[in-house]
Design a protein around this ligand. Structure first.
Ligand code: LIP
Length: 261
């Protein structure tokens, strides 16, 4: 089934409403350890009752509006599909579970494996980041643009770390960033870090091993805000981890060399 502009616009509107509703649900759990039911999926990899509740709500709302679409989510899995919602109900769960405000909901809508819509909502900050392929990117209606930074000595890179990848590789990248004058942070949410690159608050985001649900919305935001972003082909296996780099264009050559992405 071919999707026209009106089909995509309706999906963007429904997804934007759904992430706001899921954000209110998530906030009802925030800093309430007695209801969080925190579990560990691995080293530094947590999941809570809020992740599952938001996952179920988002799928319910989107499936009701678009019953023929497919789903791939961090907490429920799923297969591919021509019209595919790729969902991380809470990106930055480690922060959320500890009562730290740096987390978000991330949803991408893909057609034939390419992200056409990206929606990221940060409930604590009440910031809704939206991108449409070829249609630009906004935050609460304000147009986004990457920072335009050109000097490492005035640039900040959020360098995420996944315990699924060797620590030594991460330490090498951090050392190279620092040796070349970059500042770095490790804030704990790939999706929100990518949204901040799109908004010029950060100059780059890199991580060696991320999943489609962590990054597809954020990578589209960066591209639509004039940034450079590594490719993340869904066809290679939607649930396979891949390296990710996104940044303001003038820093791309340096950061690709230093990160190997
Ligand atoms: C997280 C990413 C973060 C990464 C963590 C984890 P989650 O996603 O946003 O960048 O370093 O290992 O993958 O698990 O909170 O959805």
């Amino acid at each position: 089934m071919y999707l026209n502009d009106a089909d995509l616009a309706r999906r963007l509107a429904v997804a934007s409403e759904a992430v706001w509703e899921a954000g209110q649900l998530i906030l009802s759990f925030y800093r309430r350890p007695q209801v969080l039911d925190i579990k560990s999926k691995g080293p530094q990899d947590l999941v809570t009752a809020a992740d599952h509740a938001a996952d179920a709500l988002l799928q319910k709302r989107l499936a009701a509006a678009f019953p023929d679409d497919s789903f791939l989510t961090e907490e429920s899995g799923g297969e591919g599909g021509r019209h595919l919602w790729v969902i991380d109900p809470i990106d930055g769960t480690g922060n959320f579970a500890r009562g730290l405000p740096h987390f978000c909901i991330s949803i991408a809508f893909c057609v034939d494996g390419r992200a056409q819509l990206g929606v990221i909502y940060a409930p604590i900050q009440d910031e809704l980041f939206v991108a449409r392929a070829g249609g630009g990117a906004t935050c609460n209606g304000r147009t986004l643009s990457v920072s335009g930074a050109r000097e490492p000595g005035r640039s900040l890179v959020d360098a995420g770390y996944s315990h699924r990848h060797p620590k030594s590789d991460y330490l090498v990248v951090i050392g190279r960033l620092l040796e070349n004058g970059f500042g770095f942070s490790q804030a704990g949410s790939a999706a929100l870090g990518l949204a901040y690159v799109a908004d010029g608050r950060l100059d780059g985001y890199c991580e060696q091993d991320l999943f489609a649900w962590d990054v597809l919305a954020g990578l589209l935001l960066v591209r639509e805000a004039g940034g450079w972003a590594s490719d993340f082909p869904l066809a290679d296996g939607p649930a396979d981890g891949k390296p990710v780099l996104a940044c303001t264009p003038a820093l791309a050559a340096d950061l690709r060399r230093l990160t190997g992405i």
